[in-house]
Design a protein. Sequence first.
Lengths: 252, 600
Amino acid sequence: MKLLVSLLASLMFSLCFAQDDHYLAKIEQANGAYAEAAYDSTLSIYTEVYQSGYESFSLYYNMANSFYKQGEIPSAILFYERAIKLNPSDKDAQFNLAIAQEASVDKIEKLPVFIGSQFWKNFRSSYTMDSWAWLAILFLLLSSLSFFLFIRAKDAGTRKVFFYGSIFCVSLFLLSMISAESAYNYRFKKESGIIFSPSITVQSAPAQNSGELFVLHEGTKVIILGEENTWYNIRLEDGNEGWVPSASIEPI
Amino acid sequence: MRLVAYISMLLIIGCSYSQAQTFVAKVSKSSLKVGEQFKLQFVFDEKGQGFKAPDLSAFRVYAGPNQSSSMKWVNGVVSNNLSFSYVLSPKAEGNFEIKPASVTFKGKSFSSQPIKIKVSKAQSQSSSVGQNQSTAAQSAAPKASNGMDKNVFLRVQVSKLKPYEGEQVIATYKLYYRIDVINIEAEKLPAFKGFSSYDVNMKNNNMPQEIVNGVRYNVAAIQQVVLFPQRSGELVVDALQLKTIVRVVSNRRPRSVFDQFFGSYQDVEHLCQSPKLKLQVRPLPNKGKPANFKGAVGSYSFNTELDKDSLAANDAMNLKVLIKGRGDINLLPEPAFKFPADFEVYDPKLNTSSVVSPSGIKGRKSFEYLVIPRHSGKFKIESEGFSYFDPKQGKYVSVASKSYDITVDKVEGEEENNTFRASKKEDIKFVGSDIRYIKTEKQALSNLDEHFYRSAFFWALLLLPSLLMLIAHFVLRQLMKGQNDIALIRRRKAASMANKHLAAASKALKENSDEVYEAISIALYGYLSNKLNIDTVDLNRDNIKEELANKQVSASLIKELEELLNSCDMARFSPSAAGDKQALFDQSKSLINQLENTLS
């Protein structure tokens, strides 16, 4: 059994690294171009890697930087947001995002975030999704072990210790699973997007001329509440809601 | 001498200062005739305030109050003067009193003296042809007799009696006369309530002669107005009141040679009033009313013009709308445009020019919009067009207008200047700051769709510990079960094994051999070993005693067993000292039976 696991793991890693090497070299090359302010070629290399189906925090972050330097603010914001999704605690990405947002048009008063949800977000992002997954496995293993020992033990005191130990480990396991699931949703669900149209009128219903509510400009982050045909139901960070054509939004 | 002069001068000055302020009322005539004009003046010799006029309802006020103030500087003495003057004429004969007027100065109130006026009956005044006409206006002419209405009268003529709401109606006030009219004075001008009105500037008052009731009259247009009814229903075109002074042939005896030669005339005042005219204003029909109709009535042409349809963001463009035609140009509504919400649109610049002529109002109105797109992209300016009601055709006319496609380009400078980006927002947080540098350390790439969480591998690993635990549990249970079985079997077989050994012992007993003791000893120890599940090697007196005590074997039985084991051991090692073999054997047998009974 152990053998099988280690075999699987090593196979996966070796596969990854084999493909990585080629692209890592490319990224290295792009980073060099960035240093020489050749943002055009930097961007084309990054984009090539990205379009080959690879991602990493630094790839997104570097792409965003290049977009910003090229003056493509909405793309810069989009990729900063994507980078932050992969590594929510990175200060550089947050700083640069703030600068890029300053260059965008709409100024939106953010509603105060509920302190509990902010705490939960911070807690969840203290580990990556896969780390949470590994933690879940670890805690389940520990809880199984203590449960097993609880069953086997003859001595009442020992049984008590293992019983509570097992319950403790099960709760940690559940916490890890919830965090992993939450991180998964945050990562893969279309929860928010960036406006890419230079100027778009938000409608009151998913149809043209259904009633103009307000105007948004490129670079504004919106929360995607739902989808209807070719329309997104969106909410701004100040709480306003409306519908925009989905073509005008790039989900993060 | 000089001193005296100074003193007297000071006295004079002092006198002038101490002099009380006076407020005097003056009239130019205190005895006059009805209709005769006179001047009333209130003079105050300081700068007064809060003038309160007396009741002048008994007089017709031609002018006033006209306020005038003057300041004089004579020999270093300042004198102020404030006066209010009226031009009045009495309405009726009798004795009147002009009550005091009041004025305040330095918080004190001053009143003028009352003035008495005597008004006598107006006398008809004859005048010859050569006399100045203007005096006739000044002096009161005698009232004309009733028959004068046939000689001089006013009429109002409208171009339409049943106009639509907002349709132009031209009202002409005409004076019909067949005797000389010397002077005309407007007594009451019509107010035209419910209309918007525009006076026609007439160049020529004379109109062709007309025959009314078989009598030929000269006609003069007094006033011509273009009217636009503002609401539907019955609207009244107000009456115009004119005070005319007409010259009639006097029937009095001529007084002089001139009168005889030229004839004697008399100037008579005659008040003419046009009849009130009622217009039935029709409401605009609801049928076929365009959605964009905003109340324009008349006939118009509509034109829009955009100076450019492609420009850079933040550049301005002009959208000009020109409406030309006949109708109430001034009140033409602003045409509706649907500008993209993101465009900055300023209030339109209006330009109206119109000509009011006897045939109506003709003109043009332009709206000029200044539009500034703030962001790049493709936009559309849509016009709702323009529609009006044409009363001649009796229907609505819509003029469609173009909608414009506009391409707004990015401002070129924006892309070049990308290292420094001043924030456009109000509160600037990051002026002059740049983004942080890229990450150059190598970071493993991961496949976009590959992730450990939720993968099959993850689920397998997650299930693994539970599975392992279950397996371990079952294996262990199986093992334990086996162990327990061995003990059980041993326990069960203990008696029979003991019997076997005892059988060997009884055989030895028959042979009377010393092996009896050993066999008995084996039987006892073997039994205990099996029964207590303790290996023979580990078996000793202590743990036997302990185990048996644990299993609630009575102390007497344990003691008996101990003695038996002692005697067996003794017999084994010194057979001579041993007692009766048979007794020992029997004792052992009964003991095993007793133990079997208690332990099973």
